[in-house]
Design a protein around this ligand. Sequence first.
Ligand code: ADP
Ligand code: MG
Length: 411
Amino acid sequence: MDKAHMLIQEEIKALKLFLSLFYIIFFSYDIIYYFVYPAMNIDDRSIGFPKGGLGFGMHIFMFLLLPIGIYLVKKKNPYVVKYIIFIGYTLIDLLNNMMIYLDSNQKFASGNAVEQFLILFSPLFVNKRYFWLVSLGMIGKYALLGVVLHSSQVIIPIVLCVILAIISFILLTRFKSYVRTITKIFEGAQQAEKLAVVGKMATTIAHEIRNPLTALKGFTQLQREKHPEDAGYYNIMVQEIERMNTIVSELMVLGKPKKREYKLHNIKDILSYVIYIVEQPALQNGITISTMFDKTLPFIQCDEKQMKQVFLNIIKNAIESMPNGGNIIVEANSFHDNQVVVSVTDEGCGMDQEKIDKIGEAFYTTKENGTGLGLMVTYKIIEEHQGEVAIESKLGVGTKVNVMLPVVETK
Ligand code: ADP
Ligand code: MG
């Protein structure tokens, strides 16, 4: 069953309960108040509806709304029914009261228990807008009657409505907070499930990939000894092979974090290394990378390989967002000596909020050859370093990825 359908079913359930209670209370209250009660001669009121009003016309009108409601439910639009019932009731009741009490010397005595029901049961729909409409609408109705009919009698129902509205508000807020928590847990579980799949896949693939990688690394080292003049390139090749190895292992242990090697590092060195690696291929795509580093940056307690991974992922994304070239600015600033902020700004395609919310999910990618794992791994590593990632982006303008890392005091 799809989500929209499930929500509609839930609304229909609430609506059924709401409508049955509404009509039962509405009708039986009037019968008891205007017919049974006076018949018992408890006070000196005469049997029947007050003169001049709509009488049963009001009930007939309200019952006529029922087929409209059923039609809307059939049309898969159950959300408006509660509004129709409330607005219909308020208007017809207002009209009825005006007809009875305006230009008449009858004392204002009106209302139906269904009004209290409407307010008290408004949390049924877990919808704040509906709650506010009902509460304020009902209070407004009585205030209007009070003004038009010059009656202070309306104070009592207004006070009652306010008290009930406060109770409903508390209930509604509780419901909402509960639903939010459940949703969060559920989303977390979904994410965990995805991670479990990644972990399993990676474990299987890792064995297959690791052996050839080991061979590759061995031969590269051999070549490095043979060609000492190119040692610089070979060093990078070896390091990159090691990183491939790390990525695979990373995925394997995504579920259960392994012991990290936290040491003090200068973030400038890490960034320079990453930029050095990507600079050449970036230039070929018409992309220049410039840096703006604070003169003095405090050292960061971090796992070097992982940090390189983080900034490689982020800068690669920036490059990939600019297929037609552009500029990337990598900044590193220190704040109050207890935080280092690294920002990577690109002039690429940018993202809307909906996308920003999604990009940390496993396998979320918009690229043909993307894995959708880069940012997930990035978020996880930064989280393990007690840091934070914040993304600012504008569709068609560009993206700025900020990584905030805490500076641990060392004495
Ligand atoms: P991948 O790069 O394999 O697609 P990522 O997790 O690194 O996976 O990124 C997920 C998605 O986030 C990308 O497919 C892209 O749509 C979006 N994204 C990430 N960084 C940027 C950026 N700098 N500009 C625009 N979109 C981005
Ligand atoms: Mg990526």
